[in-house]
Ligand binder design. Structure first.
Ligand code: FUB
Ligand code: ZN
Length: 643
């Protein structure tokens, strides 16, 4: 059955209030947003200048100068606008309001009379507008600005940016499409599709849906941009920049795997799932189910990262998941979380929420430091800093988070995700509300009986316990996710055990909910070893450690140098210890042996093996949640350990 009568929940109606996420959201709101504003305005000493605000000022005619940065530099500011708009859910800040008004005003002034709005082409290459679709990113920039406009509108009701973007979208509608004189193509970098669908869901105006549908359905069916110079320029010299890099090698229903550039692919499938939902199109849903299964079954890291090669920032082949030269871009993991959320709207099955949660709690939030001012773009699962600094094939791996990037897609992306996290907790279909994530929150929703609220207090991800209070009109049914890692999942209603019907990993407690009811969810989460399919050669003979949604890693600072010299003894259970780290988290411990480098001469590379003469020493490996790595200086790190 297709679950298609969705209510798209307004992000401002789910306010996160959670002991784990509050700190992160506060950090985003109070530190990262002001910090990024300074960077985007070239006002942060030590950070690579962004030029993004200046490009708009020059295009608006209020400053003189030249365009600087990547062609899609505008999108960094767009993501900041989205983050700042969401941040007002958590803190009304007149300064942020002023900055938002200032930048939206500037964007309006930069817009050309026909609606065109891309500072790279306005300032640097006006003759090439719409002629470099493969690489040009004009539609990608529109997509991010449109997402920002929708965020601003949904949270504050201010439609100034939305009107600017409507004019821009109208221009695109007039230029693109089938037929004489039209550009019959699709974006080089997907993004506009999902943004158009957000605009459609927010406004109900079908023109947004129609353009999204055209881009999704057209991709891979026509020659599109595959004849353009900007496509050929890369394709002729680089086997990793063929049509599949852009997901343009086949129509979506004929694609078998997530191929090519990972962020492009994730954004494409996200937009396609939105379109499938609106069209109630079983063949598109089936294609997305197949692609999703293939992606998470063969091409996803344990941390929810995707994209295993730096060259082309892309997917490679099944089971090719190297840990130290992976790409696992923060944006790509965000894309996987977004896509999985859309799959939940198509069909509420806990497997989608498991992956969404895996990405969010691991690869996504590892993208930002505890201080909110340092970022990872690539999120490796193993790092040896001296190697990463030296080797050419590690060029994209930063062993420490940095203040900013020349290509800075990830930092504002992770911050907008944190500030918009409320959008990931529930989906709703008629009176059926599905709680996917046990993140504490206060939600104001509505069912056929009228408005109601849910207040969730949660101990996740440290303990499997959440308490939900229902207030308001009767009529809603709350389906509670049973996470794949949960043991002995139970629900109590008003303090008494209640029977549940479990469908596709969601438990529906017996009986209607009415004002004042409480539901207490509890389950056990063991720290356990995880092994990889032997087809993943990089992980053969290794195990990883996971508890609940958190993947753990070993860092040099808690252990010793040469982490790979450790071998776990799996007959010992994983230990758990209270620590003073990061405000008092519990660390996990693994028992085993290591070969102590001190027993080897530095000039002695090899030695004939004899038991007991390798420097064998009993050892315990301390492990911390992966997302926290590299918050205590640079050092070795590994997720997978020898066993
Ligand atoms: O091309 C725009 C963004 O920059 C992509 O999504 C990232 O992978 C980075 O290349
Ligand atoms: Zn990125």
């Amino acid at each position: 059955m297709l679950h298609m009568e969705q209510t798209i929940i307004n992000v401002k109606n789910v306010r996160i209030n959670d002991s784990f996420w509050n700190n992160r959201i506060r950090n985003a709101v109070e530190t990262a947003i002001p910090y990024q504003w300074r960077v985007l305005n070239d006002n942060e000493p030590g950070a690579e200048p962004s030029h993004a605000a200046m490009n708009y000022k020059i295009a608006a005619g209020v400053e003189k100068g030249e365009f600087h940065g990547f062609r899609f530099q505008d999108s960094d500011l767009a993501k900041w606008i989205e983050a700042a708009s969401f941040s007002l859910i958590y803190r009304q800040d007149p300064e942020v309001e002023r900055e938002l008004e200032e930048i939206i005003d500037l964007i309006g002034k930069a817009q050309q009379p026909d609606g065109y709005l891309d500072t790279y082409y306005i300032l640097k290459k006006p003759e090439a507008k719409w002629k470099e679709i493969a690489q040009g990113h004009e539609l990608y920039v529109t997509g991010h600005l449109l997402e920002a406009a929708v965020a601003r509108y949904l949270v504050s009701g201010d439609d100034k940016l939305l009107k600017i973007m409507e004019k821009n979208v109208d221009l695109i509608r007039s230029l693109f499409g089938h037929g004489e004189g039209k550009i019959d193509s699709y974006p080089g970098h997907e993004e506009i599709e999902l943004a158009l669908m957000k605009a459609y869901f927010a406004t109900g105006d079908r023109k947004y849906f129609e353009l999204a549908n055209y881009f999704i359905e057209n991709r891979g069916t026509t020659i599109g941009f595959l004849d353009d110079e900007s496509f050929k320029e890369f394709a002729e010299t680089n086997k990793h920049h063929q049509a599949d890099y852009y997901q343009a090698h086949a129509p979506i229903r004929q694609q078998d795997a997530a191929d090519g550039h990972a962020v492009r692919a994730m954004y494409f499938f996200t937009g396609a799932a939105d379109v499938a939902l609106e069209k109630k199109d079983p063949s598109l849903v089936a294609a997305l189910e197949k692609l999703w299964k293939h992606t998470v079954g063969r091409r996803m890291y344990l941390t929810g990262g995707v994209g295993s090669q730096g060259v082309g920032e892309r997917f490679t082949i099944d089971y090719d998941l190297p840990n130290d030269v992976c790409y696992t871009e923060t944006c790509a993991a965000i894309g996987l979380a977004m896509w999985s959320l859309r799959m939940l709207r198509l069909s509420p099955e806990a497997k989608y929420a498991d992956v969404m949660e895996r990405a969010l709690y691991n690869n996504v939030i590892s993208g930002v430091s505890q201080d909110g001012q340092h970022y990872f773009y690539v999120n490796p699962l193993a790092v040896k800093p001296d190697v990463a600094h030296y080797r050419a094939d590690h060029a994209s791996v930063e062993p420490s988070r940095v203040k900013w990037f020349g290509c800075a897609c990830c930092p504002p992306n992770v911050v907008r995700t944190l500030c918009g996290l409320g959008g990931y907790v529930y989906t709703q279909e008629g009176d059926d509300v599905y709680q996917h994530l046990y993140i504490g929150n206060e939600a104001s929703l509505s069912c056929s009986g009228g408005p109601f609220s849910l207040t969730c207090e949660s101990e996740m991800p440290w303990e499997g316990a959440a308490r939900i209070t229902y207030r308001g009109a009767a009529g809603a049914r709350l389906h509670l996710r049973v996470p794949s890692y949960a043991k002995n999942f139970t629900v109590k209603k008003n303090g008494q055990p209640v029977c549940c019907t479990v469908t596709n990993g969601y438990a529906l407690p017996e009986g209607a909910l009415s004002d004042g009811d409480t539901l207490e969810v509890s389950f056990e989460m063991d720290a356990h070893f995880v092994a990889a399919n032997p087809r993943v050669t990089e992980d053969c003979g290794k195990v990883a450690v996971q508890r609940g949604p958190l993947v753990y890693c070993a860092e040099q600072v808690d252990n010793f140098e040469y982490l790979n010299s450790f071998r776990a003894d799996l007959k010992y259970p994983i230990g758990m210890e209270q620590s003073e780290l990061f405000g008092g988290i519990r660390v996990l411990t693994v028992t085993g042996m290591r070969s102590d480098a001190a027993a080897w001469d530095a000039d002695e590379l090899y030695r004939d093996y004899a038991p007991g003469s390798m420097g064998e020493t009993p050892a315990t490996l301390r492990m911390v949640p992966y997302f926290l790595w590299n918050n205590r200086g640079e050092g070795e790190m590994t997720v997978w350990i020898n066993a």
